[in-house]
Design a protein around this ligand. Structure first.
Ligand SMILES: [Zn+2]
Length: 433
């Protein structure tokens, strides 16, 4: 494939490398070959040129935790205690979902994520063949897992079977944009011997694991009462932490848990908005970062957020811990930006360098309009991106060098069709249906 040259008004290559003046990115076959200030010095005759002089280029954002098709459950039950929310609203509606509904719900999520500057996301849900089809069509990068629960022998066996067939069909599919991982839901839905079985399957298939750990105080208290240890320690005892693990939430942790997460290089998905909305608490992100744990940012499902806008999570991750600790230095703009980009990429086990705009990284690039009010004035470009900019400033999105959003318009998705299908499903899924 030919080389593509993107000319922009400014670049944020990573939190530590900001170029607040015109520059360029050159890529080929989805990989960045060169970046620089000023005008590209090489020959231009064989190169496709995309000119966006009024845009700043940043690495695409990485959403490290979510349940994409839960976009269909957006707003179906709010302001309820967790147990009532789950049993009265979420579970009954999810029971009505079909593979076809998950396909359209995942496309809706892809549309929302593309428009808000996300280039890679994680998903743990069901009917995952349909979800993967949606990802393939959208052009996004994704790390997908079929959610597994172990209440009885039948769903244990089914979970293993689903994960095996999903892995066989979709791992490294869509030109390598899809990675398959295993998704045991949580220690309170998967008994210890089942978690051990999943750890063995993860070693056999050579894929990482994603799981919810220590989301609520109740979960931790019940785990201690039943198993005599915290969910983090239980995961370790089951052999899970011998494998690469991405743990979502980690809100209620002991010092020993944090040390163990660091020792086993467990990656943590911080979901500030979901944890606030479901009244779960605030994760000890400062302690995790100080301990050297890799922390990324996630939206969680749209039913507990209620959107998939990672710019909101980015700003919340940068401000929430300041307020809680009464310390304005708690999480800096640079630390939050790293969580949303390169640390996020590490959380989802993408190759080193991913989540930056450095040569060798995937050409997953987001452009924000420098003409937006959020970039006036611009004393510190990274500050504008983290504390002022938002999804509405996103103009262009590239994944593996392919355009998914061009000057505000989705390229890969038929959004009128998605709108129509979701309206149809709404009538079937809603509480009055
Ligand atoms: Zn979740």
């Amino acid at each position: 494939m030919s080389q593509v040259l993107l000319e922009v008004g400014a670049l944020v290559l990573s939190a530590d490398a900001v170029i607040p003046e015109p520059g360029y990115i050159l890529w080929q076959d989805g990989v960045i070959l060169a970046v620089g200030r000023g005008v590209y010095p090489g020959p231009r005759d064989q190169v496709e040129v995309i000119s966006r002089p009024r845009a700043v280029a940043i690495p695409g954002l990485v959403n490290t935790h979510g349940h994409a098709a839960m976009t269909l459950l957006r707003g179906i039950g709010d302001d309820l205690p967790l147990q009532a929310w789950l049993t009265e609203r979420i579970y009954p509606t999810e029971a009505k979902l079909t593979g076809e509904a998950v396909y359209w719900g995942t496309l809706l999520a892809c549309w929302e994520m593309i428009q808000s500057g996300t280039t890679c996301f994680t998903d743990m849900y069901f009917f995952m063949h349909d979800a993967a089809r949606a990802v393939e069509e959208s052009g996004l990068r994704a790390v997908l897992s079929w959610g597994m629960v172990g209440f009885d022998e039948q769903n244990r066996t089914q979970g293993i079977r689903n994960s095996r067939s999903f892995h066989a069909q979709w791992h490294r599919a869509a030109q390598g944009r899809i990675q398959v991982t295993l998704g045991p839901h949580a220690p309170y839905t998967c008994p210890p011997d089942y978690l051990a079985e999943v750890a063995e399957l993860s070693a056999e298939l050579g894929v990482p694991i994603q799981i919810h750990l220590s989301e609520t105080k109740r979960e931790v208290d019940e785990c201690i009462a039943e198993h005599g240890c915290t969910p983090i320690r239980l995961a370790e005892r089951c052999g899970l932490l011998n494998r690469p693990v991405l743990a979502a939430h980690c809100v209620h942790l002991t010092e020993e848990d944090i040390a163990l997460l660091h020792e086993r290089d467990v990656r943590v998905a911080h979901n500030p908005q979901s944890n606030l909305k479901l009244a779960s608490g605030v994760a000890p992100v400062v302690e995790l970062l100080r301990a050297g744990v890799t922390v990324g940012i996630g939206t969680d499902g749209a039913a507990s957020n209620n959107n998939l806008d990672l710019f909101e999570e980015l700003r919340l991750a940068a401000t929430l811990h300041k307020g809680v600790r009464q310390d304005a230095t708690a999480v800096t703009a640079g630390e939050a930006f790293t969580m949303a980009t390169s640390a996020g990429a590490r959380c989802v086990f993408l190759p080193d360098g991913h989540g930056t705009l450095n040569p060798g990284a995937a050409a997953d690039i987001v452009l924000l309009s420098l003409d937006s009010v959020h970039f006036l004035p611009t004393y510190d470009l990274l500050s504008n991106v983290v504390y002022a900019a938002g999804a509405g400033d996103v103009t262009d999105v590239f994944v593996a060098g392919q355009p998914l959003l061009r000057q505000g318009e989705p390229v890969t998705l038929d959004v009128e069709r998605i709108r129509h299908e979701v309206r149809r499903l709404e009538a079937i899924l809603g509480p009055q249906a």
